[in-house]
Design a protein around this ligand. Structure first.
Ligand code: IMP
Length: 180
């Protein structure tokens, strides 16, 4: 797709930031680590909609352990590139996660507000264990006070799209990550 893709919403030309190949290799590495950490177990991977759907799909297909999946949906940034600072639950879990090993799968951690919200929500459901995976981590601006267990790439404070990430719901289908 690359630069021939029609970026209609922005006047500036986005720049390729992380290639499809690099993402693939990194997802494979994360899966290898998860296979090791959860050997003999059957964790529930909880994707945070909408952005994580591609990462989650690729990640679980690299796993050799058994697993289950479910999804949560939170309020998004809407058409803005800046967090509203408020998080709302739009879709709750269907899976029973009490006593289960749970891995939350995010596309990107920016301020960390969403993940903090999810941590409180999931902890209340009493899982046996809880870990966090994110493809992208804006480490410098995150206000998180806890560790993210599986990080694909640490990135600077720039707005990125592609590989599931959107701007105003567009560009999720780009195979690489692009920066505006
Ligand atoms: P946080 O609560 O500020 O950490 O934001 C998390 C959510 O904001 C992500 O799951 C994305 O949906 C969205 N988001 C944050 N930064 C970006 C970005 O650079 N591109 C696209 N979406 C983003």
């Amino acid at each position: 797709m690359g630069f021939s893709f029609n970026f209609r919403l922005e006047k500036k030309k986005p720049r390729k930031y992380i290639s499809e190949r690099k993402i693939k290799l990194r997802v494979r590495e994360l899966a290898k680590q998860i296979n090791k950490d959860y050997s003999g177990k059957c964790p529930v991977f909880i994707g945070v909609l909408n952005g994580s759907f591609i990462f989650l799909a690729d990640l679980i297909r690299e796993l050799s352990i058994e697993c289950e999946i479910d999804f949560l949906k939170l309020s998004s940034y809407g058409d803005s590139m800046i967090s509203s600072g408020k998080v709302k639950l739009l879709k709750d879990l269907n899976a029973e996660i009490k006593g289960r090993d749970v891995v939350i799968v995010e596309d990107i951690v920016d301020t960390g507000l969403s993940l903090k919200f999810i941590k409180n929500l999931i902890t209340g459901a009493k899982p046996k264990s809880l870990r966090f995976a994110t493809l992208l981590f804006k480490k410098d601006i995150s206000k998180l006070k806890f560790k993210i267990d599986y990080v694909g790439f640490e990135i600077p404070n720039e707005f990125v799209v592609g590989y599931g990430l959107d701007f105003a719901q567009r560009y999720r289908n780009l195979k690489g990550i692009y920066v505006f």
